[in-house]
Design a protein around this ligand. Structure first.
Ligand SMILES: Cc1cc2nc3c(=O)[nH]c(=O)nc-3n(C[C@H](O)[C@H](O)[C@H](O)COP(=O)(O)OP(=O)(O)OC[C@H]3O[C@@H](n4cnc5c(N)ncnc54)[C@H](O)[C@@H]3O)c2cc1C
Length: 536
């Protein structure tokens, strides 16, 4: 089995670099370093993306709000961040075309004086993107807005601005990064936790790890260690230096998901100003509508949850703009994530803090990378690997290659092939579309499982198939029912009742693939239900 092979390597080899954390940042670093020819290990204590990287708003963006802040505060750092993120947006759309797409976003405006303000701002956003831009922004008249976006309240609507940004499937992109890193030669494993560091003469030269599946413990040795544990980075830093001052300020962001009919299926909505001076998104995502997010100071202890106050806030703001009222009973899923923001002693709130990243070296040489955002994971990885090469005196065989290195699934992807998948395998159209987008060029290989496992859906009304459970174990390192329900498919993120109902069948399929006894099956059901109910 692939996981056993990778664990065997992690137990026996000596590495150039050990990466702690398998979110976007850690997997991006493992991929970058392996593609330069370095010998890389990565361990993730839970599943790839189970921390923050599966819980984002799913936008690949420079951030229009950060551009506004850059101008209001004459802040060159924010300005540079937006520009760099827009360049990254263009790269990600190219290296993972199956998991990403352009999304038009409409900003409805109800005061005439707002129109030139937002139009100028979004034109500037276009200009910053330069040739990397996609859909150019444009003014939308009141009449066009009412005709094209009937889901948006029309009373007093003066018009708005339409602009483009990127959208993606964050958890699948995270798994693709891990798989691509493995293809490039990295030894990568989920459910392996760093419980201490290996230190010799004051230098950090590896980590003590524990396999959360088998319980086995051992040490991984490496010339350099990179701590990419997101919101938990300060905790890992304290393994090296018990008195390390925190570099992070963690903030929590909640989302709710409702039926796809509440808003436009082809365009998102950017609500330009909330009560606390932020922006809010109402986005079509996987056939549903995703509404988010909030921004509140939080602690990294315990799983993040979308609390009552956050849910009320999201409903209140969405209902100011949507024609059809969203009630609490309409919510199909709610979940929250923790932002690993860089501490800024001058900041009065977390919403205004720059989404920059920093790299710091600890007293024993462990490198910590913190902050940033999903959109900039590739650039963050490049900076971290450059730093590690200098710090640990490594000799890479090649320079950074990730700007043009396709992620697993990108090769052979052609949106037109969905029709072929549909007819060749007698699939329904939504299923074929889903397989094509989620697996890209590998969708055809996945359909090879249909002869044995059939094309039964995991849940009525959702395009995810039982065969994907088997694929997730055999090809994508899934280890638990929740890995499949939340991060290989996204059922638990869009419909928690459907995920609950599908759980026993997923456990049954996994039990057969992974030879689970009845005790383990029972535990998976109890754990799975608890996590789904708590918001994953
Ligand atoms: C609500 C919200 C919305 C967001 N929306 C967007 C957006 O639309 N666009 C965008 O670009 N960005 C967005 N972001 C930001 C983005 O999601 C994060 O910046 C990014 O996911 C952070 O990735 P990471 O790898 O640093 O952290 P994580 O994904 O949290 O990964 C860190 C990993 O380290 C592991 N770990 C911790 N301790 C150990 C240990 N001891 N041993 C082994 N592993 C360990 C954890 O299990 C975890 O999986 C959003 C963030 C939030 C919270």
């Amino acid at each position: 089995m692939e996981r056993e092979r990778l664990l065997g390597r992690l137990r026996s080899e000596h590495f150039d670099l050990l990466v702690i954390g398998g979110g976007a940042t850690g997997c991006g670093i493992a991929l970058d370093a392996a593609a330069r020819g370095l010998k890389v290990a990565l361990v993730e204590r839970e599943d790839f993306g189970s921390g923050t990287s599966s819980r984002s708003t799913k936008l690949i963006h420079g951030g229009v709000r950060y551009l506004e802040l850059a101008f209001k505060r004459l802040d060159r750092l924010q300005y540079r961040l937006v520009r760099d993120a827009l360049a990254e947006r263009s790269i990600l759309l190219q290296i993972a075309p199956h998991l990403t797409k352009w999304l038009p976003l409409f900003t409805p405006l109800y005061r005439t004086y707002q129109l030139p303000y937002y139009w100028t701002g979004l034109k500037l956003y276009d200009a910053l993107a330069g040739t990397a831009g996609g859909v150019p922004s444009r003014f939308v008249s009141g009449r066009e807005a009412r005709a094209r976006f009937p889901q948006v309240k029309s009373e007093g609507l003066r018009g708005g601005v339409l602009y483009g940004d990127g959208q993606f499937d964050d958890a699948r992109m995270n798994v693709s990064l891990a798989l691509t890193a493995i293809e490039q030669g990295a030894a990568v494993a989920n459910y392996v936790e760093v419980v201490g560091l290996v230190q010799r003469e004051g230098r950090t030269l590896g980590a003590a790890v524990q396999d959360q599946v088998s319980g086995g413990s051992w040490e991984i040795e490496a010339r350099g260690v990179i701590n990419a544990s997101g919101p938990w980075s300060d905790r890992v830093r304290r393994m090296e230096d018990a008195s390390a001052e925190p570099i992070l300020q963690v903030s929590s962001g909640a989302h709710i998901v409702v039926d796809g009919t509440f808003s436009m299926p082809e365009a998102g909505l950017l609500i330009p100003k909330t009560e606390d001076g932020r922006v809010l998104f109402v986005l079509p995502w996987l056939g549903h509508i995703l509404i988010g997010t909030t921004d509140e100071a939080a602690s990294p202890d315990g799983p993040p949850t979308a609390g009552d106050a956050a849910i009320e806030y999201l409903l209140r703001h969405a209902n100011r703009y949507l024609t059809r009222r969203v009630e609490r009973t309409d919510i199909r899923a709610s979940w929250a994530g923790l932002r690993p923001l860089i501490r800024d002693p001058r900041a009065t709130d977390t919403a205004g803090m720059a989404r920059d990243h920093v790299i710091v070296g600890g007293p024993g040489g462990m490198i910590t990378i913190g902050g940033g955002k999903w959109t900039t994971y590739r650039k963050m990885a490049q900076d971290a690997v450059d730093y590690a090469i200098r710090q640990a005196n490594l000799s890479p065989a090649a320079p950074c290659r990730t700007a043009s290195l396709p992620l697993v699934g990108a090769e052979g992807f052609d949106p037109a092939k969905a029709k072929l998948l549909e007819t060749r395998n007698s699939l329904e159209a939504d299923v074929a579309q889903h397989l094509s987008r989620a697996y890209g060029g590998r969708a055809e290989q996945l359909t090879g499982l249909l002869a044995e496992f059939g094309s039964a859906r995991l849940a009525a009304g959702h395009p995810f198939l039982e065969a994907e459970v088997v694929w997730a174990v055999r090809q994508e390192l899934a280890q638990t029912a929740l890995d499949v329900l939340a991060r290989r498919t996204r059922l638990a993120f869009v419909d928690q009742a459907a995920a609950r109902a599908a759980l026993p069948r997923v456990v049954e399929l996994l039990a057969s693939e992974l030879s689970w006894d009845t005790e383990r099956q029972k535990r998976e059901i109890v754990d799975g239900l608890m996590r789904i109910d708590a918001g994953i």
